[in-house]
Each structure stands twice: as structure tokens, then as C-alpha cells.
Design a protein around this ligand. Structure first.
Ligand code: C5P
Length: 221
């Protein structure tokens, strides 16, 4: 483990801003970035396209192992098709949180997540980065915000993209997703041992990024 590149693990609930913060921290440090949620979303999309029952763990596990996934210049490809936008839809996020309940799916995605750990280092975001995938991460951060603040951020993002949305529906959906992610048996969303909690309801993105960088510098020193 000693010679492996360092990992910063950033976990947190849906729409907590962890993706934005994690990718900016990676950029500042010149590290690689893993958006593990995108992998669950890819399995969700592929299973929908192939009409696989979201309750069928074994079949979903087989599907997840066979997926040809690639991340290229900000684009996400599934079997050579650009699905960058398609996996961001709310219904795919909800389906992802259902298929993510199955240990077979989590197991199938393990090696692809580990393969992102390449020099000079990795910033990985998700739900179980610190607890299951990279338990030896140098820095573990649990990034969160109130459900209301998160629903409002998601609402603004969608409106800015010209996608119509209702704040109360978004709030309801993300509370449903939080409940499922936190209460599941396999790799539930939790504050891992040794993780630092970063409450971002009142913080700007820059402040959150700076806090994580400061924590990392003091760990690395
Ligand atoms: O982070 P994002 O909202 O894109 O993730 C979609 C869903 O994938 C989450 O609601 C969660 O159920 C699942 N997920 C997970 N473990 C991860 C990342 C995401 O179970 N490491």
C-alpha cells in the first residue's frame, strides 16, 4: 500500500456538491478524478436499455461486468456511445440508487474504481470511497449540506440548462435517494472512521475547495 499513489476520498449525499469540489481539488493538485456515481448511473442506463429488472442483482452484476465504459476529455462513453448527458437525468439517478443496493453490482464495479488510482494521485467521489473502495485514503472527507440547500442547487443547475423542474419534487426525490443510500446493507452512505465532515450549506465552492486542499496539505506535510 505504501507505494501506491495517494487518494483523497470525498463522500456525501446526492447533490452535496462533492463532484464539483472533488474535480476542482483534483485539477489543483494535478490528480486524476473518479466520479464513482457515474459508474452506477451507467449500469442504470444500460439495464434500462436492456430491460433488465432493477431488482435482479445477479443479472445486473453480469451486465455491469460486461460494460465497455470509457471516460475521454470530459465525455462518458458506453459501448462507444456518448451518454454524458443521458446519465445525468433524474430518473437515471433514481434507478442508480436502486441498482446500487445489490452487492453483485458493487462487486462488479470494484476493479474499475481501483484502476483509477494512478500517479500522481486520485480524488475519488461517491458514497463508499472512504469506507469500502479506498479505506487507506490519506484524506477522507464527508461533504454535506441540508436537503433544502441541495435541492435548491440542483434546481438552479437544471433551470440554467433550460430543463424545467419543480423544487418540491427535487426535494422529495433526493430525500428518497438519501434514505435508500443510508439505510442499505451493502456499503451504506456514512461518515467513515477518520473522515472530516464539511458542511457546505453556507460555503461557496471556492471555500469548500480551499478547505479540502488545506486539510490535504496538513496531512501530506
Ligand atoms: O453521485 P450520484 O448521484 O451520481 O450517484 C448516483 C447513485 O449511485 C447514488 O444515489 C447511489 O445510490 C449510487 N452510488 C453508490 N456508491 C457510490 C456512488 C454512487 O451507491 N460510490
Amino acid at each position: 500500500m505504501k507505494n501506491l499513489p495517494p487518494v483523497i476520498a470525498i463522500d456525501g449525499p446526492t447533490a452535496s456538491g462533492k463532484g464539483t469540489v472533488a474535480s476542482l481539488v483534483a485539477e489543483k493538485l494535478g490528480f486524476h478524478y473518479l466520479d464513482s456515481g457515474a459508474l452506477y448511473r451507467l449500469v442504470a442506463l444500460a439495464s434500462q436499455n436492456a430491460s433488465v429488472d432493477p431488482q435482479n442483482g445477479p443479472e445486473l452484476g453480469i451486465l455491469a461486468k460486461k460494460l465497455a465504459i470509457s471516460f475521454k476529455n470530459g465525455q462518458i462513453l458506453l459501448n462507444s456511445e456518448d451518454v454524458t448527458e443521458a446519465i445525468r437525468k433524474e430518473n437515471i439517478g433514481l434507478r442508480a440508487s436502486v441498482i446500487a443496493l445489490h452487492p453483485e453490482v458493487r462487486e462488479a464495479l470494484m476493479s474499475v474504481q481501483h484502476s483509477f488510482r494512478v500517479a500522481p494521485g486520485l480524488v475519488a467521489d461517491g458514497r463508499d470511497m472512504a469506507s469500502v473502495i479506498f479505506p487507506e485514503a490519506v484524506l477522507k472527507v464527508f461533504l454535506t449540506a441540508t436537503a433544502e440547500a441541495r435541492a435548491e442547487r440542483r434546481y438552479k443547475q437544471l433551470i440554467a440548462k433550460g430543463i424545467s423542474a419543480k423544487l418540491e419534487n427535487l426535494l422529495h426525490d433526493l430525500q428518497e435517494r438519501d434514505a435508500r443510500d443510508s439505510s442499505r446493507g451493502a456499503a451504506p452512505l456514512l461518515v467513515a472512521d477518520g473522515a472530516k465532515v464539511l458542511e457546505t450549506s453556507e460555503l461557496s465552492i471556492d471555500q469548500a475547495v480551499k478547505t479540502v486542499l488545506d486539510w490535504y496539505q496538513s496531512k501530506a506535510a
